[in-house]
Design a protein. Structure first.
Length: 204
């Protein structure tokens, strides 16, 4: 459903004037709440249309702290899969829905996929809500390094996920009630974010 008012512009261009295919393929990538992986090789899951080089794929895996893990998969593969993986770990088979990976690993593969596409805007919709707080911290650290040259739009209920972003928009009943840098909001005892943060830290 399209909004009936307002506009969203990227580099001065209203996205209503761009086809959805062009927008998704060139301008932005989306990392959903539920990490989506398919039965097939790691390479297929990261680059299903075979557009990118192995160097680009390994660089993305390195940035999200998955390179060492993927390289270790050769030792865990069996029979014919072992020989293929030994030559090229990117050919290791992922089970349907990523069943042979942890939730955190599946999410990191989705972030790597977004990195490979190299769109400048990454929309992360509750991207770490399915992992525990320790995994969340690991992922957040990787993201700060991997996506430092990208614009991140992060939707999150877990406040520590957004604490270190440049700006925070607090929504209430579909409306923006606050928009400022996190530190500015925290220094204002009357702000909604300050109240939420205090409740969050006291409950930790």
């Amino acid at each position: 459903m399209e909004a009936d008012s307002g506009s969203i512009c990227i580099d001065g261009v209203d996205i209503k004037n761009i086809s959805l295919q062009v927008l998704r393929s060139n301008a932005l990538s989306v990392v959903p709440q539920d990490p989506t992986l398919f039965q097939g090789t790691i390479r297929y899951n990261l680059d299903p249309f075979n557009h990118y080089s192995d160097t680009t794929i390994w660089d993305a895996l390195e940035k999200v702290n998955l390179a060492t893990y993927v390289q270790s998969l050769a030792a865990m593969a069996l029979n014919k899969s072992f020989r293929i993986a030994e030559e090229d770990p990117l050919m290791y088979q992922i089970e349907e829905s990523g069943g042979n990976l942890s939730v955190g690993q599946r999410q990191l593969f989705c972030f790597a996929r977004a990195l490979i596409r190299n769109t400048k805007i990454i929309c992360i919709d509750e991207g770490t809500s399915s992992v525990d707080e320790k995994s969340d911290r690991t992922i957040q650290k990787a993201l700060r390094l991997a996506f430092r040259d990208h614009t991140l739009l992060v939707v999150a209920h877990r406040l520590n996920t957004v604490r270190n972003l440049d700006y925070i928009c607090v929504m209430d009943n579909g409306k923006c009630v606050e928009f400022a840098a996190p530190d500015d909001l925290l220094q204002d005892p009357t702000s909604s974010f300050s109240s939420l943060w205090n409740s969050f830290t006291q409950g930790s």
